[in-house]
Write a protein that binds this ligand. Structure first.
Ligand code: UDP
Length: 477
């Protein structure tokens, strides 16, 4: 233990599965492959069964200690009306008031690895003379966008979404204004203030870890390294380390039953449908979706959630906790009519176990970055159904640049994607020539992901290099 404490680092994710999952995977690698002791500092939020299972799984390696930070009392500071990131921002800010004393108590780690939205870590790192690295959980393309964001904020007058041209991120593919993330669509609200307050500090990191790899995102990675713009703004070194995705996760009884059903289906024949940890559809969209799926006559497993009309991230604060009877909100008779063709699972499924299964041939996803990486890592092409955060940018990239996804089109003047369009894209992916081409591209990338992570691979070397640098640091005083 004394030896491993000599190589002690702390990891600080912000709340949310999309952040906890990759930072936990990085922590496991640091423990298992590089002999570090990792303190994983968990910001406690409202109860979330899936998150609790993940963080308290008996399969976590010895040497990885999940430490729940004392819950902050935010009752007078947050309310249900606040936008997700604003609410999270307040929780993080209050919870991190104890960060300095926690790190001192733990015996000052050699490095602190923070999530993009925990930049309070930079101040504490400075006070304690600990180098602070950022694990940037979205794509490398979005990292380039984020590095360019402060320049845009300075130079653009008015709203970004009113720009007449796509945003020209130096060295990268242009970003259409309709794909811009929700958090920057209105620069006057508190959510933008919180969001920008964090992302503008990215260059303070000693290094940026990326959950991507050279073959998946060659253009933005090259741009960040070589384009003079990024040098001018003093971009720290970037380390692509991906894909860092969930490997093993606990299965529920329902997971086991569904996987047994999958065993009976032909290879690549089942469409798996999940909209991230927080994604929900409006009632009208849910109905159209169910009809479109039924009309397509393709096999499916659908993780369904109660519809929410007010927000597209209706279960963000109650991940996996919303267990309900889907018959109450699916079209009447849907479950009976699709019996034998598809399965409906309320709320949550162990996604990776399904994507890894050979009968899964397509994934309808909200295109959160972790879900996108998981799909590609298992060679599964996608229907892109972006809902919130930077997902529209991911969807466009996966469809137009990487070639592993198809995007359904919303008809002119329509508020929802209609059933005919849903039927079309499901058929296209599961039985069309275009679907085959996307599957073959996904399988090629699957191979390159494995190579990247193997010893000597492009994502293995960067972590080894940083790990060595940390080990060579003198023990903190
Ligand atoms: N996830 C899961 N089962 C579900 C929904 C989500 O296992 O029913 C996992 C998924 O595998 C991924 C994470 O939750 O690892 C979601 O992260 P992502 O970045 O895709 O989206 P977010 O939830 O942050 O929007």
């Amino acid at each position: 233990l004394a030896e491993s404490y000599e190589h002690h680092v702390a990891v600080l994710p912000s709340p949310g599965m999309g952040h906890i999952v990759p930072l936990l995977e990085l922590s496991k690698r640091l423990v298992v492959h590089h002999g570090f002791h990792v303190s994983f500092l968990n910001i406690t939020t409202e109860a979330s069964p899936a998150q609790t299972d993940l963080l308290h799984s008996p399969s976590l390696p010895l040497g990885l200690h999940v430490i729940d930070l004392p819950p902050a009392d935010v009752s007078s500071l947050v309310n249900e009306e606040m936008l997700v990131l604003h609410r999270l921002g307040v929780i993080v800010e209050e919870s991190l008031r104890c960060l300095k004393s926690v790190l001192i108590q733990l015996g000052k780690p050699k490095a602190l690895i923070i999530d993009l939205f925990c930049t309070q870590g930079f101040d504490v790192g400075k006070q304690l003379s600990i180098p602070v690295y950022t694990f940037f959980t979205p794509s490398a393309a979005f990292c380039a966008f984020t590095l360019y964001h402060p320049t845009m904020d300075r130079e653009v007058e008015g709203e970004f979404i009113d720009l007449l041209e796509p945003v020209q991120v130096p060295g990268c593919f242009p970003v259409r204004t309709e794909d811009l993330l929700d958090q920057i669509r209105n620069r006057k609200n508190d959510e933008y203030r919180y969001y920008f307050g964090h992302v503008r500090r990215l260059c303070e990191a000693a290094g940026i870890f990326l959950n991507s790899w050279e073959d998946l995102e060659p253009v933005p990675l090259k741009a960040i390294r070589e384009n003079p713009f990024y040098q001018k703004i003093s971009t720290p070194p970037v380390y692509p380390m991906g894909p860092l995705i969930k490997e093993h996760e606990p299965l529920t009884k329902i997971d086991v039953e569904c996987l047994a059903w999958l065993d009976e289906q032909p290879p690549d024949s089942v469409l798996f449908i999940v909209l991230g940890s927080g994604g929900t559809l409006s009632s009208q969209q849910l109905t159209e979706f169910a009809w479109g799926l039924e009309l397509s006559q393709q096999r499916f497993i659908w993780v369904v959630r109660k519809p929410t009309d007010a927000t597209a991230s209706g279960t963000f604060f109650n991940v996996g906790g919303d267990v309900n009877d889907p018959r109450a909100y699916l079209p009447e008779g849907f479950v009976e009519r699709t019996r034998g063709v598809g399965l409906v699972v309320p709320s949550w499924a162990s996604q990776v176990a399904f994507l890894r299964h050979p009968s899964t041939g397509g994934f309808l996803s909200h295109c959160g970055w972790n879900s996108s990486l998981e799909s590609i890592t298992y060679g599964v092409p996608m229907i892109a159904w972006p809902l919130y955060a930077e997902q529209r940018m991911n969807a466009t990239m996966l469809a137009e640049e990487v070639g592993v996804a198809v995007k359904p089109v919303k008809g002119n003047g329509k508020t929802v994607i209609d059933r005919e369009e849903i039927e079309r894209v499901v058929r296209l992916l599961m039985e069309g020539e275009q679907g085959k081409a996307m599957r073959s591209k996904a399988k090629k990338l699957q191979e390159s992901a494995t190579n990247a992570l193997n010893t000597g691979g492009s994502s293995c070397d960067p972590l080894s290099r940083v790990a060595k640098q940390w080990k060579d640091l003198p023990a903190p005083m």
